[in-house]
Design a protein around this ligand. Structure first.
Ligand code: KIV
Length: 286
């Protein structure tokens, strides 16, 4: 059964964990969809893990639409959520609504995600038929306002404020809310109090589901792994070793071998003047 917004509510009701992973390109999308995730988030984390920026702030609408359309093409039938980048929804509700609509209209996503708590804007999007996933806690687009990539909701007043924000987003119609880097006890309190499905990242085990950045999970990164992330593979090292072997084989004349080369047909071979330029020996046969 393909995932819809109703699946999130249904899984929450049944106590079945919801699995979300990010993807930014068609092939990775096909892989995670094939593995059976419930939804794919085309996160603006693309700006960091794909494009090499230090923050998500430089990511543009056009870049997000490009990544989202690629993911939709690679994972036919998947539930794809497009992440609204910095300043695509903060400067005015009309512009925000139009930008949210572009994710569904142009990139063919089924939902959008936006950081922070703006119930009025969320309400307008939901009214326009755009499913909205909220995002509270560590909201990376506010990295400078937060004083860095820091856990949120650790003091009682902060926890209460986030709890209220979650209630307001639920009231506004969010079908799900990402809780990023907040204490597990706060995530549990929110999860048991709101109808919207909570999707945690660094928010402990009590959320209705989990989201992970695919590069962290696959080990497709060079350095820093966030404390909350778990590495299930080491694609970077595997890739490095494969490319090193390729470099050695090209330099050593081992690749390409005869089976990677194109043979002339017999009759052309007899006529071809280029035969005189053929390599003197097959490196594999020596
Ligand atoms: O951009 C992203 O990948 C995200 C997830 C970490 C939730 O917002």
């Amino acid at each position: 059964m393909p995932t819809t917004v109703l699946t999130f509510a249904e899984k929450k009701r049944r106590g079945e964990r919801i699995v979300v992973i990010t993807a930014y390109d068609a092939l990775t999308a096909a892989m995670v969809h094939g593995a059976g995730v419930d939804a794919i988030l085309v996160g603006d984390s693309a700006g960091m893990v794909f494009a090499g920026h230090d923050t998500t702030l430089p990511v543009t609408m056009d870049e997000m639409l490009y990544h989202t359309a690629a993911v939709v093409r690679g994972a036919r039938g998947a539930f794809v959520i497009g992440d609204m980048p910095f300043m695509s929804f903060q400067a005015g509700d009309d512009e925000a609504l139009r930008n949210a609509g572009r994710f569904l209209k142009e990139a063919k996503a089924q939902a959008v995600k936006l950081e922070g708590c703006d119930p009025q804007l969320v309400g307008r999007m939901v009214k326009a038929g755009i499913p909205v996933m909220g995002h509270l806690g560590l909201t990376p687009q506010s990295v400078h306002a937060l004083g860095g990539f820091r856990a949120q909701g650790k003091t009682a007043p902060d926890a209460d404020r986030l709890f209220e924000d979650a209630r307001r987003l639920e009231e506004a119609g969010c079908f799900a809310i990402v809780l990023e880097c907040v204490p597990a006890a706060l995530a549990q309190r929110i999860t048991t109090s709101v109808r919207a499905a909570t999707i945690g990242i660094g928010a402990g085990p009590y959320c209705d589901g989990q989201v992970s950045v695919v590069n962290d999970l696959l080990g497709l990164s060079t350095g820093y792994l966030p404390k909350h992330a778990k590495r299930y593979a080491n694609f970077y090292n595997d890739g490095l070793n494969a490319v090193r072997q390729y470099v050695d084989e090209v330099r050593g004349g081992v690749f390409p071998a005869a089976e990677h080369s194109i043979e002339l047909r017999d009759e052309s071979r007899e006529q071809s003047p280029s035969r005189a330029n053929a390599p003197a020996r097959d490196p594999q046969s020596s």
